[in-house]
Design a protein around this ligand. Sequence first.
Ligand SMILES: [Zn+2]
Ligand SMILES: [Zn+2]
Length: 99
Amino acid sequence: MPSGHYEIYRNGEKIQGGYLVEAMCDKPDCTARIDRGLDFLCGETPGGDEYGCGGYFCYEHQYMAPDGQHGNRCFLCRDRGTDSTQTSPDAMVVTFADA
Ligand SMILES: [Zn+2]
Ligand SMILES: [Zn+2]
């Protein structure tokens, strides 16, 4: 495992990670103080992966990963990788009534 303080790239931007790095919850209106350890990470890999965005969220704003997956998910990513059929929008049906 990485040490308590390391650098990672998230969306092309270098950020500090690790449980020794103090941070605030990444939910914009939340000021809970956390650190950038894996306890608060969204996804399974620092910097983000196919499961999570790589953000860091307090316990109130993170959720358990779906069955068979690891780590935590933030409120935005909690449904990622679960049911992909749900994301396809229904085709819009427009009916013109003959006036
Ligand atoms: Zn996320
Ligand atoms: Zn929060």
